[in-house]
Design a binder for this molecule. Structure first.
Ligand SMILES: CCOC(=O)c1ccc2c(c1)NC(=O)[C@@H](C)N2
Length: 116
């Protein structure tokens, strides 16, 4: 058994995504920011990203590499740190997701390589 040979890539990405969902304890990354609730969000964030959208992209085979998946993760975090000011709960949750999600992705990258 190796991760690359027997486990379809989308199943691998889905398991990485689930680990990121678990880290989102405040559930602020779980779905797109509601622009009716946050009317100026679109003025600052040009490319919104969230974990639900990433799951849809996995299902649509839109990620051809772990790097492409990681790029969306980094976009989601940078949007959060750009829009929310430093003292907010949202910003602090962004730092936490950047750090804890970064560890999830580092481990996933290692697994992909070492089990090949
Ligand atoms: C019901 C109101 O929801 C929000 O105001 C809100 C909900 C979710 C959010 C968010 C705002 N801001 C963000 O930057 C991203 C990370 N998540």
């Amino acid at each position: 058994y190796t991760l690359k040979s027997l486990w379809p890539f989308h199943a691998f990405l889905h398991s990485v995504l689930q680990q990121l969902v678990v880290k989102d304890t405040g559930q602020i990354f779980i779905e797109p920011v509601d622009q009716n609730e946050v009317p100026d969000y679109g003025d600052i964030v040009k490319h919104p990203m969230d974990l639900q959208t990433m799951e849809i992209k996995i299902k649509n085979s839109e990620y051809s590499s772990l790097e492409a998946f990681e790029n969306d993760f980094n976009l989601m975090v940078s949007n959060c740190l750009a829009y929310n000011s430093k003292e907010t709960i949202f910003y602090k949750a962004g730092i936490k997701m950047r750090d804890q999600g970064g560890t999830v992705l580092r481990t996933a990258k290692r697994d992909l390589k070492v089990l090949d």
